[in-house]
Design a protein around this ligand. Structure first.
Ligand code: AHR
Length: 514
């Protein structure tokens, strides 16, 4: 009945606003779940210049201002984003990482070869203490990804004991000898990464058994009730992976199942991060908006086995993936970041918000100098990317209550292919302010949107900010670091209770309604 009423009200609204095909209904009288702040999480792998040169410049006399080796400019920028969690040390690196290599005196730590990422020497100077202390500095929650592919159950359990045990135990003693008496109480633990690929090339059935074994030994330490065991999840549309895990892993052994989805045009021809055509842009948008279908279908499987919604879906790798910048190490995955990336971020975060009942956490890949980074560094210089600005604009949704939205969108056409042009999500924060995030992915056409408010709620004022640029290919460079940044938005008008918004082509807008 409610759906029918909504349809009728949308239809009548459609008739009176025939000039605008775009209608967004804010179902303000039907509040949804809280949007977990952890949807706005990040990911830092030992890959290229993410850790070394990105986060960490070492304690020994770097001219770059730092605190215990961690760049002060990066800390300030990430604190401004209020990053809720940070995943480490991988990625593929995680299943080659032996945490004991990264503790104790730095000059005694072994060096290893980073076989996944450029074959470079990893000197282990950034290890468990460095990462967890950095998370304290960033006021963010660590998410540790444990080694399943080439590690042992004992090694994994010892890491948990080392990090979390409050009391007398061999690993707690070792931690104290290394300078840290109190445990860090890490809540989020990944049980391997991409077990179907770099994490061991396992079948779903085999991993489900291995997962059960590892998860068995992931409790029994002081904060056992609080930890989250996150199973290595599917890639893209591998629904069999999710089905097999949900069927074969008892629900008392798992708190979340992961999913990875990258917006990549073609794995063997990814194309330039900045020199792309509109057709390539359209394909990237197809990949990004596919997140909606992926979440719906993985969640439908989870609903079947977990109707009480106890197990979360964690999208712990997402973002755009292009060819590396010319002249850079192909194994370092360093790419520029344009307005196209801002579109990926805006659309994806709206999708996550709208699925906040099951998607409780997500991690953009990756924070600094790798893939769809929010920060790029060059020695002492640091710039913020368009993706950073989207994350900053959207931080108002963190831990706010979802307002379900219904969207009727005009089409964004590319030849005979089409996508919806407009993507939206909304929430109300603890002070009663409503935030509506709108994205128009159309490369060249403005979209006029009529916003209708369901129920008795009405608004008296509207303000907002917009992120856009003249060309899709525009980006921030070290020469022009502020070419793209959010500015005040004057395209929203509230008149007699009706809100109309003129969304320029390829733009992200955050409105605040009171
Ligand atoms: O984010 C880069 C890599 O992409 C990660 O290491 C891996 O998990 C994924 O394939």
């Amino acid at each position: 009945m409610r759906a029918k009423l909504l349809f009728l009200s949308l239809l009548s609204f459609h008739l009176v606003s025939a000039q605008s095909p775009n209608i967004v209904v804010l179902n303000a009288d039907q509040p949804g779940p809280v949007i977990s702040k952890h949807i706005y999480g990040h990911f830092a792998e030992h890959l290229g210049r993410c850790i070394y040169g990105g986060f960490y410049v070492g304690e020994n006399g770097s001219p770059i201002p730092n605190t215990n080796g961690v760049r002060n400019d990066v800390v300030a920028a990430l604190k401004n984003l209020q990053i809720p969690n940070l995943r480490w040390p991988g990625g593929c690196f995680a299943d080659t990482y032996h945490w004991m290599d990264g503790i104790g005196p730095k000059d005694l730590r072994p060096t290893i070869v980073n076989r996944w990422w450029g074959g470079v020497t990893e000197d282990n100077s950034f290890g468990t203490h460095d990462f967890l202390n950095m998370c304290e500095l960033l006021e963010t929650e660590p998410y540790l990804s444990g080694n399943v592919g080439s590690g042992t159950v004992k090694e994994f359990a010892d890491w948990m004991q080392y990090v979390n045990h409050d009391g007398v135990s061999p690993m707690a003693k070792l931690r104290e000898e290394n300078g840290r008496k109190t445990p860090w109480n890490v809540k989020y633990w990944g049980v391997g990464n991409e077990a179907w690929g770099c994490g061991g090339n396992m079948t779903a059935e085999y991993y489900a058994n291995v997962y059960r074994q590892f998860a068995t030994y992931m409790s029994g330490w002081s904060n056992e009730d609080g930890i989250w065991r996150i199973a290595s999840g599917a890639s893209d549309a591998d629904y069999n992976w999710t089905e097999t895990l949900m069927k074969n892993v008892p629900s008392n052994l798992v708190d979340a199942v992961a999913l990875h989805h990258y917006s990549v045009i073609n794995w063997s021809k990814k194309s330039s991060a900045t020199g792309f055509t509109e057709e390539e842009y359209f394909t990237t948008m197809q990949r990004a908006t596919q997140m909606e279908e992926l979440i719906q279908k993985h969640v439908a499987i989870m609903d079947k086995y977990d109707p009480e919604n106890k197990i979360a879906l964690v999208v712990d790798e997402w973002g755009g993936w292009y060819d590396v910048e010319p002249g850079t190490n192909p194994g370092f995955l360093f790419q520029q970041n344009t307005i196209r990336d801002a579109m990926i971020a805006g659309v994806t975060l709206n999708i996550f918000n709208n699925h906040a009942d099951r998607v409780k956490m997500a991690n953009l890949a990756q924070t600094i100098n790798v893939l769809q980074a929010v920060i790029l560094t060059d020695e002492e210089k640091m710039i913020l990317t368009p993706t950073y600005h989207v994350m900053e604009m959207y931080k108002v949704h963190q831990d706010a209550t979802l307002i379900p939205v219904s969207v009727i969108s005009g089409d964004y056409m590319s030849g005979d292919k089409k996508l919806a042009a407009v993507y939206a999500s909304a929430s109300v924060d603890k002070n009663g302010a409503t935030h509506l995030s709108l994205v128009n992915i159309d490369a060249s056409k403005e979209q006029e949107i009529t916003v209708k408010v369901g129920g008795s709620k009405s608004y008296k004022s509207v303000g907002g900010r917009i992120l856009t640029s003249a060309k899709l290919q525009d980006y921030n460079s070290f020469e022009k670091p502020e070419a793209i940044k959010p500015v005040n938005f004057s395209g929203a008008k509230l008149s007699n209770g009706t809100l109309t918004v003129k969304l320029p082509a390829h733009s992200v807008v955050m409105l605040e309604l009171k």
